[in-house]
Ligand binder design. Sequence first.
Ligand SMILES: Nc1nc2c(ncn2[C@@H]2O[C@H](COP(=O)(O)OP(=O)(O)OP(=O)(O)O)[C@@H](O)[C@H]2O)c(=O)[nH]1
Length: 420
Amino acid sequence: MTVSAAINHVITSHLGCGSDAVHFSTVRAGSARAGRPDSARRSPKSRPTEGLARGLSRLPDPAQIPVTLLTGFLGSGKTTVLNRLLRHPRLAGTAVIVNEFGEAALDHELVRASSENVVLLGSGCLCCALRGDLVETLRDLAERQDAGEFAFDRVVIETTGLADPAPILHTLLTEEGIAARFVTDGLVTAVDSATGAGTLDRHEEARRQVAMADLLLLTKTDLPQAQEDRVRAELARLNPGAEVLTVIDGAVAPERLTGLGHFDPSMKSADVAGWMHETTRGVHGGGAGGIRAISWEIETPLTAGQFDLWMDLLMAQRGGDLLRVKALVHLTDVPFPFAIHGVQHIFHPPVPLKDWVGQDRRTRFVMILRDFTNAEVAEIFEALERLGGAEPVPSGGYLSAEPFHPIEPEDIRHDSDHPA
Ligand SMILES: Nc1nc2c(ncn2[C@@H]2O[C@H](COP(=O)(O)OP(=O)(O)OP(=O)(O)O)[C@@H](O)[C@H]2O)c(=O)[nH]1
């Protein structure tokens, strides 16, 4: 669905539901099978094999606070899962730590409805620059709990899509004061069934996230682009011991994600133990290569048609290199923002939000791009700015020639210029 279509939908359905965001995608109950006891759903590979004595020594201390690490490549559906989970009474006492890659984090606006207890660790990746910040945040949470300021009985850490989980787990397992107070209760990895096969092929970080997982969430199987069998086969190859749950629009029962057990590298493939070892030597990460995060603001509100047109052009020319796009879009004459999510070549239905947070009404983008030069980044946004000054373009408008270099208002032709 384009922004134009979404805006028509909003107008006809009189925005006014109680939640902060109106989702147009149908929310179906996931195929997750709820309620099975932990023992029944533990896969053979994750059963203790090294003797009871060692197993006993690894039993969590009930005073320790369980920490779930939620990973998954860019746009795989982590926040969607988290938002659904946090609405569940069972997870009401959860403190959430969200880490974003990029300077201008938008996630706090996108998850704002869900929890008062969200701490944002922005501007960098937890797996490298921000490990100290994670330790500080966890210590701070513990202190606030001891002081009676903040009660919580679980922590969920949502990593950036580019995070290598090994160093984060290493921090949780070994950092003084953290390991005693908190206990890892599973690494959960979301995998996008529409883009997952290509992502796993190209990105070492994504393979590590899968190989280290205690539980895999296969998302977006409702999309026509989903390649469920292909992605499942790849997951089975990378991590044959992990259970794979199909999760549509984040619908997963919280009990499936809790009680997964203490993370133990020796229970994983040989590679995983090696990665944890690399971590101790400070060598980690798959190398992001030409991947970078950029943020951009656009002053002039756009029409939905203009935005769609620009997005279509960008997708046609560089879709595969737009690893992740998040935007809050200010449309002309519309009092609320739209949230836009793009994941590689797939754009999800735009989501109208109830209102703006704060005074800033500019259209804001956060993009994770592969192999874009500074000049190319400037060019794509300057093209958008120019569109903002142009005559409104109806959705379905298109350009005459080589479209993106550059777009000039006079290049834009309207559908009406071309009788069917
Ligand atoms: N159709 C469909 N869309 C989904 C599903 N799960 C998530 N999405 C959409 O996918 C887009 C990205 O989802 P997010 O939850 O923001 O992904 P994320 O992993 O948190 O993204 P980053 O934090 O940027 O890495 C959003 O537009 C979601 O609405 C699903 O099961 N089906």
